[in-house]
Write a protein that binds this ligand. Structure first.
Ligand code: PMV
Length: 329
């Protein structure tokens, strides 16, 4: 039995545009998904998941039968979760050359599902790490990141960037542009997160931006402008200039809203943070609902968010310099 964990992340800049080859800067946070994997003596997969936003569910199936979960949570949440676990198991089987390996999988996550904090990437990277180790194979961090990307790519019908999985695998702040992924220096960031209790559908949101981009040249220009903004953001990050970072985060939120991926509750939380004198605030991840990230060294933003209608949870998040790791063996 092996347990591995991997951190969630926020996007300081560049979500959505990264799908079209622009750079993005995600940053790992100290909220983890822990995945315990034990090999079975048949080819079945049994998954038990416990999550902040779920009561918990168990699904058992084999490769030749469809899962028929008997659970309290909405079927789409379970189906989406299972797609990621399936894709991670497929990668682990391939990496260990064990096509018929079966597993008992237990997922415990501190990261709300589908809320822009990279829950799926954290689960996928931790699951690949744990399952390959359970089969006696130790992958490098780069290989876990690469297989994590391929798993997300499969689970999201081809619309995925390397950003989430690379960040979960390596930890810290990273820069991703196409296939080029690298760690970058970041100062201590006073991150505050607001969560509206809901989840966006990443696939739908990504395809909405794709359609806008195809329909309007100025939407394509907006995506390119996000790229320019990210390049300025990288300089501000390297210089440790938090004021400039905040301004650019505000700008990035405006561009994401123009691309149609914000929501009333996300905008409400962003404005609550700005009114509380945050240095900057933006939605993080796919959008549609979920989380915003603000930059504020004082307690004001967190307090303001706690009193904001539509905000279900507000918390401070420390940057996590550690990526995927074994918890115990
Ligand atoms: O909401 P999340 O954490 O799944 O992030 C999605 C980020 C996108 O840029 C919209 C998609 C991607 O794969 O990069």
């Amino acid at each position: 039995m092996v347990t591995s964990s991997a951190p969630g992340k926020v996007y300081l800049f560049g979500e959505h545009a990264v799908v079209y080859g622009e750079p993005a800067v995600p940053c790992a946070i100290e909220r983890r998904a822990r995945v315990t994997v034990e090999e079975r003596d048949d080819d079945r997969i049994r998954v038990h998941a416990e999550d902040l936003s779920l009561d918990g569910f168990t699904v058992e199936y084999s490769s030749d039968s469809a899962a028929t979960p008997d659970v309290d949570v909405s079927e789409s949440v379970v189906e989406a979760g299972m797609r990621y676990v399936d894709a991670a198991v497929a990668q682990a089987r391939d990496a260990a050359d064990a096509p018929n390996a079966g597993f008992d999988v237990v997922i415990q996550s501190e990261i709300p599902l589908g809320a822009g904090l990279g829950s799926s990437a954290a689960v996928v990277t931790a699951a690949i790490d744990a399952a390959t180790r359970e089969l006696g194979v130790e992958l490098s961090t780069a290989k876990v990141a690469d297989r994590g990307y391929r798993a997300e790519h499969d689970a999201q019908n081809g619309d995925a960037s390397r950003a989430d999985t690379f960040c979960s695998a390596t930890g810290g702040a990273v820069r991703v542009e196409g296939d080029d992924c690298r760690s970058i220096e970041a100062p201590d960031l006073p991150l505050v997160i607001g969560f509206d209790g809901s989840a966006g559908d990443t696939g739908e949101l990504v395809s909405g931006v794709r359609q806008l981009r195809e329909e309007y040249d100025f939407a394509a220009d907006t995506v390119e402008t996000v790229g320019d903004l990210v390049r300025s953001g990288e300089q501000a990050l390297a210089a440790g200039d938090l004021d400039e970072l905040g301004k650019l985060m505000n700008f990035n939120h405006g561009l994401l809203a123009a691309l149609g991926v914000s929501s009333r509750s996300l905008d409400g939380m962003v404005w609550a943070a700005r009114d509380a004198n945050a240095l900057g605030a933006k939605l993080t991840g796919a959008g549609g609902g979920g989380c915003i990230v603000a930059l504020d060294p004082t307690d004001e933003t967190q307090t303001a968010l706690e009193f904001t209608p539509g905000c279900e949870d507000a918390f401070r998040a420390e940057l996590d310099t550690e990526g995927v790791r074994v918890e115990d063996e």
